[in-house]
Design a protein around this ligand. Structure first.
Ligand code: SF4
Length: 240
């Protein structure tokens, strides 16, 4: 385990090659929900839906290098499986199985209204740039939600986004189109795609592109790495 730092409150847990694997008979697997339904909140039950990156084990508070240096980082966490495509290869081994403490926000119109208000406030507070990590858990859940991000990129010029999608359906296609047209501001990689660019994979051994430097100990956290939004090289993650 790597120690906590000034950039993040919690230490990194190094991958051990195994995670919490759900049986296909588990209710969460079958119903497509989190294992921790008491950790799912409506937007009006939480102070903010976009959390400070400092609260995340792996993200960090403020970008330390590159073109977004000094930009604050925020994260959005949705409910794993409930917002995901059933075909996701990580359905049973989702990181969320080991993240009991995470606050998951209920997807839908209330989330989208709150998100817009918070993005507007961040634009006003950080006009030189801010970065949002989508999604710590969960995925793009509708075409309406993807369209919101498209409108947000136009409305909030300081907004930058990085993250991953495992969607292969029409929603995933819309995300890929948005990313391809706006990679410098909307760096969303396709999880599980065997491609050297703009993808991410989970591998116990070997790699496509670069192994996430936070997992190898080469960097402290995303804030000190910046690879995901500075580059379009694919990222390999080791299984937790
Ligand atoms: S490659 Fe870098 S920016 Fe991307 S997830 Fe790993 S530490 Fe974060």
């Amino acid at each position: 385990m790597t120690a906590a730092s000034a950039l993040r409150r919690f230490p990194t847990i190094k991958p051990a090659g195994r995670g919490v694997v759900l049986s296909s008979l588990h209710p969460a697997y079958r119903s497509g929900r989190t294992m921790f339904p008491s950790r799912v909140f409506d937007p009006d039950e939480v102070e903010r839906i976009l959390k400070d990156g400092h609260q995340s084990r792996k993200i960090g508070k403020t970008v330390q290098k590159g073109r977004l240096k000094d930009a604050p980082i925020f994260t959005l966490t949705l409910e794993e499986r409930a917002t995901c495509e059933r075909s996701c290869s990580a359905w049973g081994i989702c990181y969320g199985n080991g993240m009991q403490a995470a606050e998951r926000i209920v997807a839908g119109a209330a989330l989208e209204a709150a998100l817009w208000d918070e993005l507007a406030a961040l634009q006003a507070a950080h006009p030189r740039g801010f970065l949002v990590r989508l999604h710590v858990l969960g995925d793009f859940y509708s075409l309406t939600y993807v369209a919101l991000w498209m409108r947000a990129l136009a409305a909030f010029p300081a907004l930058h986004v990085f993250g991953f999608t495992a969607r292969t359906d029409a929603i995933g296609e819309a995300v890929r189109e948005l990313a391809d047209a706006n990679w410098d501001r909307f760096a969303i990689r396709v999880s599980g795609r065997e491609d050297p660019r703009r993808a991410s994979v989970i591998r116990d051994a070997g790699a496509i592109g670069v192994v996430c430097p936070a997992q190898t100990g080469a960097t402290d956290c995303c804030a000190t790495c910046a690879l995901c939004w500075q580059s379009d090289i694919s990222i390999t993650f080791r299984r937790h």
